[in-house]
Design a protein around this ligand. Structure first.
Ligand SMILES: [Zn+2]
Length: 571
């Protein structure tokens, strides 16, 4: 007992010192930015579990963010660290207010985009885009946060109020609230699309042919941490000091991989994805200058690794051609596989690719996170041709409509490539049109289309780079024949059997009614269908089978209550 008291007495000052230290650090902030040195990089993964590693590493120096709870876990590791100024800690970011913007009305479509809007102006801009271009632009609220700030997205396309059989494409930015370049670039991108619609032929075609969705600000509480009128002090995390890019379900680590509850931003984003099923998307960040393609969570290559290299290099090469030598050159090429850079769990990119069967890349736009206002102009020039190219890629590859062979009703079908698809890389056609969009590197592929209750169909497709290949597919229903009925029914007589051309049939009925006759081939595809009106107790009719290939067929005669079947041969 005495011994235990002595140990406690000895420990207590240390415990209270550590707690005091944490209380002091988090006195005025909910998130801290710091660095530490790691000699054994194999431990990186274990740190990844407790704090939010930043990708801006200068090994062996590691940079990271943590909230109070995470930082306490970090201190348990007993490793030296240095608290640093936060990347979002600026004192004089140039802001533009609603009133100042209103005064610029005369230069609509020609704004300079060299300042950060106040939060109120941001909401106004999004509303005005939709109001000023109602034929091609509508505003949809993804969700409202407990703070009252909104997650807003614009849908931009022709026939904007109806769903067409087009690829769905999504740009989103700044889920890390202090990584702001993409926020302004996307506002400007929206204006660029809307203002040039009808005059720029290429842009007009893209708007007409793609269903474009844009969410410039995915974490408004992080960007406007201090108040609605400034981005000074922007945080990486949301209002609960949770890193949203560690908060998604993970292919490897499962749901809530960060041990935190699903945040309102994450929940709203997941619901948004589940209702729209985007074919391609891009999530914008800052702190580096590189395209990061899947996977982030594990070392395996994704099925469409070569396609990812193609579109990523196209982005980076175009970007480098439009910028000075030292821009967008991380990893030399401006392109990296996520896991090869550093592994994360709970990221948005892997969630979209694995759980939503989408194609999402992570785009790091600027080494400086809260980018200087005057650099916003240059970064637009560097990036907008690449942003258009990447969006245009959503048109390419193989696409088409999957329908029921008989009724032409659109179907939800799986599009799977045997020997190629792995880790949920297959895609699905969707209603109301049954359209599918599959992006593939130039080569030939066997696409298997399958849907519940239908016979699967495999089609060889030749893909040409940056081109569209249309393949519409009709699937035939599987025939569910009760074999007993084929042999037992004596109500139906058919002759001659086998037949070469005319098939006569005669069937006892319960009086006047409508009768249907269908002919199926041996794998269940409907090859002929006819209706007869029967006005007496016996139905007599005939079918001309002279156009059918020789083989075995099944005849089904049915009324509203029952069916009888008979096997016939055509020669
Ligand atoms: Zn980020």
């Amino acid at each position: 007992m005495k011994k235990a008291l002595i140990i406690l007495a000895l420990l207590f000052p240390f415990l209270s010192t550590a707690q005091n230290k944490i209380d002091e650090i988090f006195k005025d902030q909910g998130e801290v930015f710091f660095s530490f040195e790691l000699q054994d990089l194999s431990q990186l993964e274990s740190y990844n579990q407790i704090i939010s590693l930043d990708h801006n590493m200068e090994l062996p120096t590691i940079y990271a963010y943590a909230n109070k709870k995470q930082f306490a876990d970090f201190l348990d590791r007993d490793i030296d660290f240095k608290i640093l100024p936060k990347p979002g800690d600026r004192i004089n970011a140039k802001m533009i207010t609603k009133a100042e913007w209103e005064a610029l009305k005369s230069i609509d479509c020609n704004h300079s985009w060299d300042a950060y809007p106040t939060y109120d102006l941001y909401e106004t801009l999004m509303e005005e885009f939709a109001m000023n271009y109602p034929d091609i632009c509508v505003l949809e609220e993804i969700g409202t946060l407990p703070s009252g700030r909104k997650l807003l997205t614009l849908k931009i396309t022709d026939n904007v109020n109806i769903e067409e059989a087009e690829p769905k494409f999504f740009y989103t930015s700044s889920m890390h609230g202090d990584e702001t370049a993409g926020y302004i670039l996307l506002l400007r991108y929206i204006e660029y699309l809307l203002c040039n619609y009808g005059s720029d032929a290429h842009l007009t075609e893209l708007v007409n042919e793609i269903e474009i969705w844009i969410n410039p600000l995915a974490n408004p509480d992080g960007t406007y941490t201090n108040n609605d009128n400034t981005v000074n002090g922007a945080t990486r995390s949301n209002a609960n000091f949770i890193d949203l890019n560690r908060n998604y379900p993970d292919p490897e680590a499962g749901p809530n991989p960060d041990g935190e509850s699903t945040q309102p931003e994450t929940a709203a984003s997941i619901a948004f994805h589940e209702s729209h099923h985007f074919d391609m998307s891009c999530n914008m960040h800052g702190g580096a200058e590189v395209v990061n393609y899947p996977w982030d969570t594990w070392a395996v290559q994704c099925a469409d690794h070569h396609w990812w290299e193609h579109v990523s290099n196209e982005y980076a090469d175009t970007c480098q051609a439009n910028s000075p030598n030292d821009y967008f050159d991380d990893f030399g090429t401006g392109v990296t596989n996520g896991y090869e850079w550093y592994s994360i769990n709970g990221g948005r990119q892997d969630y979209v690719c694995f759980f939503e069967h989408g194609r999402e890349m992570t785009l790091e736009l600027s080494d400086q996170k809260l980018l200087d206002e005057n650099e916003l102009l240059e970064h637009w020039e560097y990036n907008f041709p690449s942003l258009i190219n990447y969006m245009e890629q959503s048109l390419f590859g193989v696409r088409g409509i999957v329908t029921d062979s008989l009724t032409t009703e659109p179907l939800v079908a799986e599009v799977f490539i045997s020997g190629h698809d792995v880790d949920n890389s297959q895609v699905y056609s969707r209603l109301p049109h049954g359209n599918y969009h599959r992006y593939l590197k130039e080569d030939s592929y066997d696409l298997t289309f399958s849907a519940d209750g239908y016979i699967s169909k495999t089609i060889r497709v030749y893909i040409v780079e940056n081109a569209i290949q249309y393949v519409d597919v009709q699937l035939a229903k599987v025939l569910e024949v009760d074999v007993n009925k084929i042999v037992s029914s004596s109500l139906l007589s058919i002759f001659p059997n086998p037949t070469q051309s005319i098939l006569h049939f005669s069937m006892q009925t319960n009086g006047a009614q409508k009768m249907g006759i269908q002919l199926f081939d041996i794998v269940g595809r409907v090859v002929m269908q006819k209706e007869f009106l029967c006005d007496q107790a016996i139905l007599n009719g005939q079918l001309d089978l002279s156009k059918l290939q020789s083989g075995t067929y099944i005849v089904e005669l049915s009324n509203s209550e029952s069916s009888v079947y008979r096997k016939i041969s055509v020669y």
